[in-house]
Design a protein around this ligand. Structure first.
Ligand code: DMJ
Length: 938
């Protein structure tokens, strides 16, 4: 540890120091506590740590190697179809694709990871490839935020470590700041985005044509997210200080200054989205996750890197507000910026998992331990952190794109506490990645953590961040070829050297509006995690913080909601009417509605429609209550809609050469055998004749005892089911006749009955979109005998292979057994969409559901069915909690999260062992066929 770090962390309240020293201190403090832990979780031996470190290296090689082999120079790897994701050549995924600029994103994002993982030779090769192949002048519209954190950050991280290596004298001796020149070129390309009166950047820019030109196809946006505008300062200041070109740091500072000016002055919170022209808050909800997260992160880190006190003061002001309103340990719940005592949501998103790590940097470790523990409990339930989960820990959005935030916080908590518990947490993350996300061609994002299905996606941040944090977690100082404490991590985990704080510093003060005020010492409280405060003579202190939270997920209480109510009652005011409590038959409620400017219209079909006219409210406070009520009502009704939908099901191909590794997410049927209640159905597939299954089958002998394949169309699903059942089929798979349809681009499809009694249908029926259906049809063409498993979620491969019928099958053998447990999903169905998309569509839902729309002049409208109100499970939770009881009502969650049996290493492999290479070759042939099919369609 350096002297500066020792000094800073030694004193109970760190003394104010010259800014450059403080900058260094805050970062170095993270390692100060590693020797504190003596009792509690079992210490991990050096050998075990090394073993886990090596496992991380092997996993990185698998991800990076497959990207380089099968995807490069494309931006990302599609790990299921084993090819590159090229923008424009795949169906658009909306905003997520804005990260892809045809600039070999994953390679650039991986550069400094290679050095951290001690792969210096590979780094040297990678840099040469970037310089040789990457073009930053493509006619493509990209996200300014993503391009900044991933590409500019990646180039700067690469440059930072290239000059470090060059100075060491062995590697990179030829390097002459080429990456920095590319970074500068990219920096200039991003600058036109800042051409707004506010100084907030446009969210998107065309790399070739900028914003204004007609060819640019962007520049009409009015809003951006707070994180999008407030996550530039580290990269832009580093670029300025490395090059001496002051303009970048100035622009980034100006954007931050504007956001600071626009903070809600009474709560000191910021909203999620802001109008870049007027500075008005567009979305006034406020949390620490999606849309805001790295704005806060960059204020604190800008102080660390640049030593400018005004950033610390801003961060501390916001942090106080976060801890006052948003933090409800262990939860972090969004609130309204104007009414911060009211929760804006009943769920949390996965991005907030970075926050405990930031709290460590701030030095506020207790709530960091609490939130981290809560998140870990959620992970233990679902193997991964779902994109969003409710306050009572049910899955809200079931995806998980292999986000690194939780690993990041785990690393920082370990650095701060030295508690081996966090090493065990890291070990679990590694195991889950290998067991559930690893596929032969990389690691695939989870499409649904409940079914274990995959998405054909491996985001670049997985390589930039996940492997870095996991490797560093288990590494000792001597395992890394440079001193990590000399660097700060950007939000994408790129490394910027702390010495930049003293380089070209004069430029930072020029042309910035940030007022410089003398800070009182309270601003420096806990700037370092102070071990005397954290562990007051008790090495079990951290464990004692975690202990009460051990069962928080199992025995969940929606605590945030309690707080709102308690606060309201305490102040003597009547609590505002909550959507979930509303009864259309309660006259008192109708009176409150009127006061809030909400009118109620009875529709002919029995539903009631709610419409809000803010100007008809009794006061502006009532109008705001009305707006919140309407927002809650919309959220509630979409939640109810979701709950009425059946979850997706899985079709897993178990025969040679798939052996359970391919899992297709299938749509359920509202009739027939319910696979969530019964054991899976296993059988060989056979096409029915006629293929549409609309009349008595002419080939009953072929489908008898098998799972019949039927084409969608021409008659009701129930009719098809009856026809194949009569022919003796044990199950049915309906394949979409809509050519090219895919669950990647279409929402989950659910087969309805025929409006009559369908109790006579006893067999399970599942639906596959055409793209997924083709996988089975192609497999039949290729292998003739294809066996599948119809179930509610992917089954463990060990269990599948234990089946006596499989005993003689060829089995893959591999050193890495866990790798073989994972199941690949060619594509899958789910109604869940990407977090960003979901947020925007949620916003639109106010205006887009025809049934909830009122005439154009209406401000807000929502429709509900009165009967839905009483069946809302949330209501039950609420009542229980108000009575002070906390019952675990979440049986569904329990069922979903039943951990699958561990793999059985004693599986008796058959005699005809087919080498893994040959299996993969077969697999690749399938993929090629699949690719050809897709190309044809395009
Ligand atoms: C990363 O690209 C960055 O960490 C960003 O700030 C938000 N999260 C993603 C990964 O989840």
């Amino acid at each position: 540890m350096s002297e500066a770090g020792g000094r800073g962390c030694g004193s109970p309240v760190p003394q104010r120091a010259p800014w450059s020293l403080v900058a260094a201190t805050a970062a170095i403090c993270l390692v100060s506590a590693t020797s504190v832990w003596t009792v509690g979780a079992e210490p991990m031996s050096r050998e075990e740590k090394q073993k886990l470190g090596n496992q991380v290296l092997e996993m990185f090689d698998h991800a990076y190697g497959n990207y380089m082999e099968h995807a490069y120079p494309a931006d990302e790897l599609m790990p299921l179809t084993c090819r590159g994701r090229v923008r424009g050549q795949e169906p658009s995924r909306g905003d997520v694709d804005d990260a892809l600029g045809k600039f070999s994103l994953t390679l650039i994002d991986s550069l400094d990871t290679l050095v951290v993982l001690n792969k210096t030779k590979e780094f040297e090769d990678a840099v040469r490839k970037v310089l040789r192949d990457v073009n930053l002048d493509n006619d493509v519209v990209v996200s300014v935020f993503e391009t900044n954190i991933r590409v500019l950050g990646g180039l700067l991280g690469g440059h930072s470590l290239a000059i470090m290596l060059k100075e060491k004298g062995e590697y990179m001796q030829w390097y002459n700041d080429e990456l920095l020149q590319m970074a500068k070129q990219l920096g200039y390309k991003l600058l036109p985005a800042f051409n707004t009166t506010s100084g907030l950047p446009y969210p998107r820019i065309n790399l070739k044509f900028g914003i204004r030109k007609p060819e640019a196809r962007t520049g009409t946006e009015t809003d951006t997210c707070t994180a999008c505008a407030g996550t530039l300062i580290l990269e832009f200041a580093a670029l300025s200080r490395f090059t001496g070109a002051t303009i970048f740091e100035e622009y980034a500072r100006k954007a931050l200054d504007f956001l600071w000016e626009k903070r809600q002055r009474s709560s000191n919170l910021v909203g999620v989205t802001i109008n870049i022209h007027t500075g008005d808050w567009v979305r006034k909800d406020s949390g620490v996750g999606a849309g805001i997260d790295s704005y806060y992160e960059y204020l604190l880190k800008a102080y660390v890197l640049l030593g400018d006190d005004s950033f610390l003061e801003r961060f501390n002001t916001h942090y106080d507000a976060i801890m006052r309103y948003i933090s409800q340990p262990p939860l972090l719940l969004d609130v309204h910026i104007h009414k911060p005592m009211l929760n804006a949501r009943t769920w949390m998103d996965a991005l907030l998992a970075f926050f405990p790590g930031l709290q460590v940097l701030k030095g506020d470790i207790r709530p960091a331990i609490e939130t981290h523990e809560m998140l870990y409990q959620v992970i233990k339930k679902h193997n991964f952190l779902p994109e969003a989960f409710t306050t009572d820990f049910r899955v809200h959005w079931a995806q998980h794109p292999l986000r690194p935030e939780f690993a990041e916080s785990t690393y920082f908590l370990y650095k701060a506490t030295g508690d081996p518990y966090y090493l065990e947490v890291g070990k679990t993350l590694i195991e889950n990645l290998n067991k559930y996300a690893r596929v032969p061609c990389g690691f695939a994002a989870m499409k649904d953590v409940r079914t274990g299905s995959h998405e054909d996606r491996m985001d670049s941040f997985f390589l930039a961040e996940m492997f870095k944090y996991l490797y560093l977690l288990f590494a000792d100082k001597e395992d890394i070829i440079f001193d990590i404490e000399d660097y700060i991590f950007t939000t994408e985990a790129h490394l910027l050297p702390l010495w930049l704080s003293t380089t070209n510093q004069s430029i930072s003060k020029k042309n910035t509006t940030s007022e410089y005020t003398e800070l009182d010492d309270s601003n420096f409280d806990w700037t370092c995690p102070n071990t005397q405060i954290l562990f007051p003579n008790d090495p079990l202190y951290a464990q004692s913080i975690r202990e009460p939270l051990k069962n928080v997920v199992d025995k969940s209480c929606p605590r945030g909601i309690i707080r709102v109510r308690e606060e309201s009652f305490r102040s003597g005011a009547k609590p505002p009417l909550r959507a979930r409590d509303f009864m259309a038959t309660n006259p008192e409620h109708l009176e409150i509605l009127k006061k809030m400017g909400v009118s109620l219209i009875h529709l002919k079909d029995g539903r009631v429609q709610l419409v809000q006219h803010a100007i008809q409210a009794a006061s502006s406070i009532d109008a705001e209550d009305g707006l919140r009520f309407m927002q809650e009502m919309i959220e509630l009704s979409s939640q109810q809609q979701k709950e009425q939908q059946l979850p997706p099901r899985a079709v897993q191909i178990v025969s040679h050469p798939f052996f359970g590794r391919v899992v297709l997410t299938a749509g359920p049927a509202q009739f027939g055998l319910d696979l969530s209640k019964h054991k899976e159905t296993r059988g060989f597939v056979a096409s029915s004749k006629p293929y549409n299954g609309c009349s008595e089958l002419t080939n009953p002998e072929a489908v008898m005892g098998k799972i019949a394949l039927i084409q969608r169309g021409q008659c009701m699903f129930a009719e098809k089911a009856r026809n194949i059942q009569n022919a003796g089929a044990i199950g049915g798979i309906v394949i979409d006749d809509n050519e090219g349809s895919s669950s990647d681009t279409a929402p989950l499809f659910q087969m309805a009955g025929d409006g009559k009694d369908t109790d006579d249908i006893k067999i399970p029926m599942l639906f596959l979109f055409s793209k997924e259906g083709s996988i089975i049809l192609d497999a039949i063409r290729e292998y003739e005998e294809v066996e599948v498993l119809l179930s509610d979620k992917a089954k463990d491969r060990a269990a599948i292979l234990k089946d006596p019928e499989m005993e003689n099958e060829e089995q893959p053998s591999s050193e890495n057994d866990s790798q073989n447990q994972s199941a690949e999903q060619i594509s899958s169905s789910s109604q869940e969409v990407d977090l960003v998309d979901q947020e925007s569509s949620e916003e639109n839902s106010l205006n887009s559901h025809p049934e909830s729309l009122s005439p154009a002049d209406m401000d807000n409208a929502a429709s509900i069915s009165p009967s839905e109100q009483t069946s809302n499970p949330t209501e039950n939770h609420e009542t229980a909690n108000l009575n002070g009881e906390c019952t675990d009502l979440d049986n569904q969650l329990q069922e979903q999260s039943e951990t699958e049996e561990d793999s059985n290493p004693n599986v008796s492999w058959g005699k005809k062992v087919q080498p893994i290479d040959s299996i993969l070759a077969d697999w690749n042939e399938d993929i090629e066929a699949f690719e050809m099919m897709e190309k044809d369609e395009l």
